[in-house]
Design a protein around this ligand. Structure first.
Ligand SMILES: [Zn+2]
Ligand SMILES: [Zn+2]
Ligand SMILES: [Zn+2]
Length: 501
């Protein structure tokens, strides 16, 4: 077991699904896909509604039905309340290749190795404590987003199917470059430097890499096997060229994070309390079922009638009909209400940033009054009258940031469906990192799991509320007022103040 620290927001970026990070004990890990992010020891203690979030515009944009907050780590419950205790985030050990600092021997470990790997080389036969091996800094990536261990065995033997199984060593011959790193096989005495493994060139517009072409020969290229170790998959479908990379290199992970400022369908129509009620799983499930059947045709009587069957009646008795139906429209972005329709476009691509931001701009330059979006007019000093038309003080806004996928090698366009697949999962065992509500300490646990297939459409999000507490334009106020009230959301809130002209 290892300990480390990670803030919840870091699980959106930079350490979201598919990203590599290093635990405090030096283990390099990759954040696993989403299917096992919300699995407590005791399944009955899971209260998923605490992590479900909605933003109807962003849901429509990304074509998903909800967002999830990364779970916070709770050492124990409060009183009898044991909900979501000890929820952790799974990570897998990657790269699998380890090497010994003393004898330079290479050894292939597993994604789920739970303990440090010790070197079993005969050179340490007399040692009381076998030396601990480190993970190698080299990996291989393809431009379709796959990631694999560097093929040391194939590389040194210059063939994709080496018959020699001799022990390998990774020796340093001095010099800081890759040419100073040399793979040596004890069995057949072959050796080869790592020179050129990161190189690529374009031939007639087609990408060719040194690793693929030169591992054996260009007629028999070494191509990507489609590995997605963050999902526990070491074989998949792909035939792109592979290139070597350092695991800390900047081109190994480009997260695709989308942000949205929440815009109410109808200003002031839905209170904070109603938003909270809609997080209740019985409420959101009922509303979703009705939406699937009736869409924007749903009447408030039908809605209230169904809710009364599924949730305690006292929950909704203080809520007016107007607010109830407004909440429904807000949740799904349907029906009347002074908001813009989501335009039809290529279902695989996002709308342009200007197009996407313009409605936010239009709302904020007015003076909206809503529990989730409030802006006021502080007036303009007479000296500035000539230069500024209007100034707005944004007192409350709610920003949702969602990780929808990532690319590797290049910061390319990522299709929506591809992004979702990259966040999926299959069968694996894993480490887990827990995220406590305070950033003081995090635990990484080892677990063993078998899981069902991947489910689509669950980007993770960070949700940020901006509250005005300070009278100065640039001042920051203490977040403590917020965090004391709602400790589990502490990492989700930050207090600052925006003024937009
Ligand atoms: Zn050794
Ligand atoms: Zn050999
Ligand atoms: Zn690939």
């Amino acid at each position: 077991m290892s300990t480390g620290a990670m803030r919840r927001a870091q699980l959106v970026t930079p350490f979201g699904v598919g990203a590599m990070s290093v635990l405090v004990n030096g283990t390099s890990v990759i954040t696993a896909g989403l299917d096992h992010w919300y699995e407590p020891n005791d399944a009955s203690s899971l209260a998923l509604e605490e992590y479900q979030e909605h933003d109807w515009r962003l849901e429509a944009r990304l074509r998903v039905s909800e967002f999830r907050l990364p779970p916070d780590y709770r050492y124990q419950g409060q009183g009898k309340d044991n909900r979501n205790v000890k929820l952790t985030v799974p990570v897998l050990r990657f790269p699998r290749w380890c090497f010994c600092m003393f004898c330079k021997r290479l050894e292939l470990s597993t994604l789920t190795m739970q303990h440090p790997v010790s070197c079993g080389d005969k050179k340490h036969r007399e040692w009381k404590h076998k030396p601990r091996m480190s993970q190698v800094p080299f990996i291989a990536v393809c431009s379709d987003g796959h990631l694999d261990d560097f093929p040391f065995e194939d590389w040194v033997h210059r063939t994709r199917r080496p018959s020699c199984k001799g022990p390998l060593r990774l020796k340093s011959w001095g010099g800081g470059g890759l040419e100073g790193q040399r793979v040596v096989c004890d069995g057949c005495q072959k050796e080869r430097t790592l020179r050129g493994i990161t190189e690529m060139r374009l031939v007639n517009g087609e990408e060719r890499t040194y690793l693929s072409d030169q591992l054996s020969e260009p007629d028999d290229p070494y191509l990507c096997s489609g590995a997605r170790p963050w999902l526990g998959e070491l074989v998949g479908v792909c035939s792109q060229p592979m290139r070597g990379a350092l695991r800390a290199a900047g081109n190994v992970y480009f997260p695709k994070v989308e942000s949205s400022i929440y815009l109410p369908r109808q200003e002031g129509a839905v209170s904070d309390e109603m938003h909270d009620l809609m997080r209740h799983p019985a409420v959101s499930t009922t509303m979703r079922t009705l939406h699937d059947i009736f869409g924007s045709e749903l009447t408030v009587d039908m809605l209230r009638g169904q809710l009364l069957k599924n949730v305690p009646p006292e929950l909704f008795s203080p809520i007016s009909d107007e607010e109830l139906i407004a909440g429904y429209r807000d949740l799904f972005g349907v029906g009347a209400g002074g908001s813009e329709p989501v335009e039809e476009s290529d279902p695989e691509l996002l709308t342009g940033e200007d197009e996407w931001r313009h409605p936010e701009f239009r709302h904020i330059r007015e003076t909206p009054k809503d529990d989730y979006l409030t802006a006021t007019d502080p007036g303009i000093h007479s000296d500035l009258n000539e230069h500024l038309n209007r100034v707005r003080s944004v007192d409350v806004l709610r920003e949702t940031r969602a990780l929808r996928g990532f690319t590797r090698v290049r910061d390319d366009v990522l299709k929506l469906s591809a992004g979702r697949l990259y966040c999926g999962v299959s069968h694996y065992r894993q480490f887990k990192i827990g995220c406590p509500p305070t950033s003081s300490k995090v635990r990484a646990f080892t677990w063993s799991l078998t899981l069902p297939g991947w489910q689509l459409g669950r980007p993770v999000l960070r949700c940020r509320t901006v509250l005005r507490r300070s009278p100065t334009i640039t001042g920051r106020s203490s977040p403590s007022a917020v965090s004391k009230r709602e400790p589990s959301l502490r990492a989700s809130y930050c207090c600052t103040r925006w003024v937009i002209c």
